[in-house]
Design a protein around this ligand. Structure first.
Ligand SMILES: Cc1cc2nc3c(=O)[nH]c(=O)nc-3n(C[C@H](O)[C@H](O)[C@H](O)COP(=O)(O)OP(=O)(O)OC[C@H]3O[C@@H](n4cnc5c(N)ncnc54)[C@H](O)[C@@H]3O)c2cc1C
Length: 583
């Protein structure tokens, strides 16, 4: 059941409880899988609001509505980013059941085989390798026909997908004028921009059709999939909304001197004077509060770098200096061009009548322009082998099949964002992202008050490698548009990079870099016995008994992909590890 008020819960003392905070992408996977066993009671404490009936979450085209300061987001910003000329930028995090999966861009990308084989090598656990993880992709995914029912042969490889999982995944369900041209350009420049039938095979390099967590024109999130009505009905699964967990409590030493906690303290979200309650966990506590929320909770509970905690007056229960360190993310810059077509997103976003018609069509049949948000293909590329940057830096990519940067193609200014000032007409956009970054950042506390937001410092572009890679990515995007197919289509860029000196181009990048919101690694997994890291390969917090972390914070390095698919498979395997411990 899903509860809005703590007073309605059957109780806070569970005999056989696995308490999970919180109800995000990973948390709901774990809650679902554990409650397959009716003897296990699970309590999910989620700070955010319900996803039920939230049109901005359900309708793919409305994705950007969720990102303005509002109740569906934690409304965080980064610290001033030193390598972005001191800019403070928004740092989005879902504050809604389903977490980021209920408010992200829905791109479904698994990353490279190398990414997972590197996780296995770093942790000494072959269970995290591509071959061992692959069945979990299939367990998570429910391949679904696109909303327009078009023939998808030649657009994906069915051999690497499954139809029996829970998260719906589909190809674009509405064709804008851009999409066939991107594919045509891969035919015209097959060596530089090869077509890849399926970027989710473990070998992502090249350009292929985008797959998204959308089913029948509607977003598929961990809330819609893993908390579908047949699961909510389970008597052993309790989800409490508006429940802000502030810290782990009841810390004591177990038999072998390990730290143990009895439960978690929580209060009503947004009501700092509300009653503080404690949910007790008989077996294990699982933290799934995400890359920002999880280290925040650990540090507020006295688990973190001793000196930093002391400075804020938080008693240290466990000196674990890696908490909140070594975080990595993908910086992105979007470039737009005016195009000679009326078949772009602007035909809907800039025309009230067309917008109303599209809305009516979606309501009627879940078809039409609102079934996607305009992105059609993604491309994944490596720097040239002889690139000068490799004289200074070792290749940070996980292996030879792993990209350094990504190009994402959108049929306009994505979703309902306004076009650049003074600009009218029709556009296309290529997002250029660094996907094997060298820069690292931190999550730290701003104070000893658990209700204060943490300091989020992704450290964007603090490595010259990332600046170099983004610059090369922008050049590659421009080069792509010299293919013959674009001759009558692309009119002019909204920003002419060719008019810039190298210094001006660098400034342009520093002034326009945004976040992909793919932050990972703030509670990184490392080998048993390693002197760094926060969790062991079984996702147990090192030095603590009965406490695991299952969310994107445990990824030791951000994968070379949008991060939800990786989060889902970590949660699926994490659930199996938990089950194995308790049966
Ligand atoms: C705007 C945006 C766009 C993105 N686009 C994509 C994309 O297109 N494709 C892709 O693959 N990835 C994308 N991502 C990234 C991806 O969604 C995340 O990496 C992934 O979903 C993280 O899952 P998680 O379980 O670690 O955390 P989350 O899904 O964030 O779950 C954490 C949950 O914990 C709750 N919580 C936090 N603190 C507390 C607390 N103290 N008490 C109670 N509850 C708490 C939060 O409300 C949230 O529900 C995007 C992310 C964002 C924000």
């Amino acid at each position: 059941s899903i509860y809005e008020h703590a007073a309605d819960l059957p109780g806070l003392q569970y005999d056989f409880v696995i308490s999970i905070c919180a109800g995000g992408t990973a948390g709901l996977v774990v809650a679902n899988r554990l409650t397959e066993n009716p003897a296990v009671n699970v309590l999910v404490l989620e700070a955010g609001v319900s996803n039920q009936g939230v049109l901005d979450s359900n309708i793919p085209f409305f994705v950007n509505n969720l990102l303005a300061p509002n109740i569906y987001d934690w409304n965080y910003t980064t610290t001033p980013q030193s390598a972005l000329n001191g800019r403070v930028i928004p740092y989005y995090r879902g504050h809604i059941l389903g977490g980021c999966s209920a408010h992200n861009d829905m791109f479904y990308t698994r990353g490279s085989m190398d990414d997972f084989n590197r996780y296995a090598a770093l942790t000494g656990d072959p269970g995290w390798s591509w071959d061992e993880i692959f069945p979990y992709f299939l367990k998570n995914e429910k391949w679904t026909p696109p909303a327009d029912g078009h023939d998808t042969s030649g657009q994906f490889n069915p051999a690497v997908h499954s139809t029996y999982g829970l998260t719906e995944v589909s190809l674009p369900g509405f064709m804008w004028s851009l999409a066939p041209r991107v594919i045509q350009a891969t035919r015209e420049f097959p060596d530089e921009f090869p077509f890849n039938l399926d970027m989710n095979s473990g070998r992502p390099l090249g350009i292929g059709w985008l797959q998204s967590t959308i089913g029948h024109g509607v977003r598929s999130s961990s809330a819609t999939a893993y908390l579908a009505p047949e699961f909510v009905r389970r008597g052993n699964l309790h989800v409490l909304l508006h429940a802000r967990v502030t810290r782990l409590v009841g810390g004591r030493r177990a038999d072998h001197g390990e730290l143990m906690f009895g439960g978690v303290e929580f209060m009503r979200d947004g009501e700092p004077d509300s009653e503080i309650l404690v949910a007790k966990a008989g077996k294990e506590i699982i933290l799934s509060a995400g890359t920002v929320g999880t280290p925040h909770l650990l540090m507020n509970s006295g688990i973190g770098d001793k000196r930093a905690l002391q400075a804020l007056g938080i008693p240290t229960l466990l000196d674990l200096p890696s908490v909140g360190t070594n975080v990595s993310d993908h910086p992105v810059v979007g470039l737009s061009w005016m195009v000679n077509s009326t078949q772009t997103l602007e035909s809907v976003t800039q025309n009230v009548t067309a917008f109303s018609e599209a809305f009516a069509q979606w309501n009627r049949s879940h078809t039409g322009p609102f079934v996607d948000h305009g992105a059609s293909q993604l491309g994944w590329f490596r720097l040239d082998r002889n690139a000068s940057i490799f004289k200074e830096f070792r290749d940070p990519a996980a292996g030879p099949d792993t990209p350094h940067f990504e190009l994402g193609f959108s049929a306009g200014i994505p979703s309902i964002a306004a076009p650049p000032e003074g600009m009218s007409g029709h556009l296309m956009t290529i997002g250029v992202a660094v996907v094997s970054p060298v820069s690292r950042g931190t999550i730290t506390l701003s104070s000893g008050d658990p209700l204060d937001p943490p300091l989020i410092n992704p450290g964007y572009m603090t490595s010259d490698f990332d600046l170099y890679t983004l610059t090369e990515g922008l050049k590659r995007a421009q080069r792509f548009l010299t293919a013959p197919v674009w001759r009558d289509y692309v009119l002019a860029p909204t920003v002419d990079l060719n008019a810039f000196t190298p210094d001006e181009l660098q400034q342009f990048i520093r002034n326009s870099t945004a976040s992909t919101s793919h932050l990972a690694g703030s509670a990184g997994m490392s080998a048993r016995g390693a002197r760094y890291g926060v969790v062991d390969p079984d996702l147990r917090v090192k030095g603590v008994k009965g406490l695991r972390i299952i969310d994107a914070s445990v990824l030791p390095i951000v994968p070379s992909a949008h991060t939800q698919a990786t989060t889902y498979v970590f949660a699926e395997r994490g659930s199996d590890l938990l089950k194995a411990s308790w049966t």
